[in-house]
Design a protein around this ligand. Sequence first.
Ligand SMILES: Cc1ncc(COP(=O)(O)O)c(C=O)c1O
Length: 393
Amino acid sequence: LKKSQGKYMQHSLLIAEPLETKIRELVRSQGSPFYLYDTAGIRQTCRKFTDIPYEPKSVHFALMANAAPQFIRIIKDTGLKVFVNSLLHLETALQLGFQGEEIVYAASAMDVPTMTKAQSCGALVVLDSPSQYEVWRRLFPNSGASIRCNIGELVQSKETLAGYFIGRESRLGFTIEEIKALQSDPNIIGLHSYIGTNILDIDYFFACYNRIAELAELFPALRFLDFGGGFGLAEEPSGELDMQAYGLKVSALMGNISRRVGRQIKLLLEPGRIIGGEDGYFVCEVIDIKQRSGKQLIGVNASCVQFPRPLFYPDSAYHPVALLQRDAAPEKEESLLSSVFGCSTYSRDFLSRDVLLPRAEVGDLVVLGYAGSYCASSYTKFLGFAEAQEHYI
Ligand SMILES: Cc1ncc(COP(=O)(O)O)c(C=O)c1O
């Protein structure tokens, strides 16, 4: 079911035959809209991380990308741990059997009950500011903590999807001056950073990682470096992240740091989007079609609140689209400039805009790709539509 050459033409999605058969079966038996996940594909991406040669390491899936228990069980089976930023996701992680340092908890403006809960279950807690660190020290003088490092001053920071995560324009983490003020603090056990999301440039990862690595020498009790997530999904096959090259590079870097400080420093990573991102599909049915200003407007039985990334990122959410014809007739030659709109009255209720699709008919199916991360988990009650069902193959 993995993508094949040509899948990315003009935002159009090629659906392999076994997947199409499964989609049609599910529509017949369960109705739509729904998300469908390819379990084997999710596992395959997890293994790209567990195969990174460096040890000790631990890879924490970022639950904000997909917090469905069945999804989490799949990543857990492959050996991944979890990263959470809220008590609700912490609860989900605990219920699914993660414990202690298998959980990384990083957030900003954590109140005392939140810190207390995260500390009491033994999670690795990442603090966002000097005053948050002070509160932690007062509450738990004997518990080590890690700090989020804004290393933006030390690199040419880049804007990624959703803005700046490091540098002056980021609201997150300790500044370099604040980090240096803690030099030799024996309670600092980890340095954390998160440089941005949907990054495809390996050199940028390492330009940042090298700066974090230098900071490691400031802390005599440091046990781990957490480089966060940000692994991007390519919009064309040639732009894909080479995870094998990444794995070798990060292993060499960690080996060097460990040698420099004279002890094994553990590597932590927090991938979200890349885990299953391209192994999820959103399926809905064509209900109404309008021709407007030379464009085909395709109305479906789903709303953008059930598939919200185009709502959050109207200019940049990338979701290739396929139109599966009702009668499975050979695909029509003609392609029309088309937009897929939702079934509410909200003017911005679009699931896809300005893509080339064949002429649609009522009863056809619309399938949106790259729907495995930040899609089902971004559902909002706004507009009043139920969460879409989720199925796995
Ligand atoms: C601290 C942290 N770690 C990991 C992630 C997951 O990031 P991504 O989906 O870009 O890999 C996020 C997402 O916002 C995050 O804030």
